[in-house]
Design a protein around this ligand. Structure first.
Ligand code: CP
Length: 312
């Protein structure tokens, strides 16, 4: 797959359906290979994970993915870095560029930070989540997870529920799922919505915003509740967590209206008992651990596509 070679991956909108298929094919192939075979791809390369915001799944799986491909991996430690002494983002990345890393994997609380970084250095950048904006590798692993279960996203009803306003996952997933032919239903409190977002309107008519949660859940193939992102919210977006949970929390009772074999996904981390019940997290409908597992192979595929000319 040559379309990502030496390029940055900043959002899902830069990939066409064929690019997405190639990444998923590569992830499938890598998932079937034993570790010593994959180690040959990135010998001598060095990857830097640059996380200015907390992460469990994304940072760990990127580190493991890069190591499984044979690369050296350095994890930039924000707390012990010179950022804490006032060094600017630009000077920080220029310093790191001088060390000749081959790839930067960046998470930042500010939307657009990975774009700024990629414009100012000559190293490919993977956006590992920027503010409210985008999380393309989460979208690719979610597409991979759905395709493994349902074969395709085409004509499937995928419903994203909850705090859409603060969710970079929702924004990238809406674009990615619709691109592959799914009908994406969105339901959220009005104060946490992306109503009338021009991007979704112009890009694809298969993105449907509904006021009533039951219109989103009715006959759904996949339901994805979102974490309520209290750390990004101003006060007063919701009256209380109890009320949010009552109306937007996904439980067995609400699921009765969905398809019998509906799949439950969640990008994590989960606030159990708020956006989804513990019972559903642990049920056989839940793909939450599958998403994490598949994330490793998707991230291996992306890193390999950017850094290696070795084809499968
Ligand atoms: N889904 C996700 O980005 O999780 P982390 O914040 O743990 O990386």
């Amino acid at each position: 797959m040559k379309s990502l070679l030496n390029k940055s991956l900043l959002d899902i909108d830069q990939l066409n359906p064929n690019d997405i298929k190639n990444i998923i094919d590569e992830a499938t192939s890598l998932s079937e290979k034993r570790n010593p075979m994959t180690k040959k791809y990135l010998g001598g390369k060095s990857v830097l994970t640059l996380f200015f915001e907390n992460s469990t799944r994304t940072r760990t799986s990127f580190e493991l993915a890069a190591k499984k491909l044979g690369s050296d991996v350095i994890n930039f430690s924000l707390e012990s870095s010179s950022v804490k002494k006032g060094e600017s983002l630009l000077n920080t990345i220029k310093t790191l560029e001088a060390m000749k890393f081959d790839l930067l994997i960046v998470r930042h609380a500010d939307s657009g930070a990975p774009y700024f970084i990629s414009k100012n250095i000559n190293i490919p950048v993977i956006n590992a989540g920027d503010g409210l904006h985008a999380h393309p590798t989460q979208t690719l692993l979610d597409i991979y997870t759905i395709q493994k279960k349902l074969g395709t996203l085409k004509n499937k009803k995928i419903s994203i529920i909850g705090d859409v306003l603060h969710s970079r996952v929702a924004r990238s997933n809406i674009l990615g799922f619709a691109k592959l032919g799914a009908t994406v239903y969105i339901n959220s409190p009005r104060t946490l919505s992306l109503w009338k977002n021009k991007l979704f309107e112009s890009n694809n008519s298969k993105v449907i915003f509904v006021d009533n949660i039951y219109n989103a859940l009715d006959d759904a193939d996949v339901i994805m509740p979102l974490r309520i992102q209290l750390e990004r919210q101003k006060q007063g977006n919701i009256p209380s967590l109890r009320e949010y949970s009552k109306y937007w929390g996904i439980n067995s009772q609400k699921l009765k209206i969905a398809k019998k074999d509906v799949l439950i996904m969640h990008p994590g981390p989960v606030n159990e008992g708020i956006e989804i019940t513990t019972e559903l997290v642990n049920s056989d409908k839940s793909l939450i651990n599958e998403q994490v597992k598949n994330g490793l192979y998707i991230r291996m595929a992306i890193i390999k596509s950017i850094l290696s000319e070795i084809c499968k």
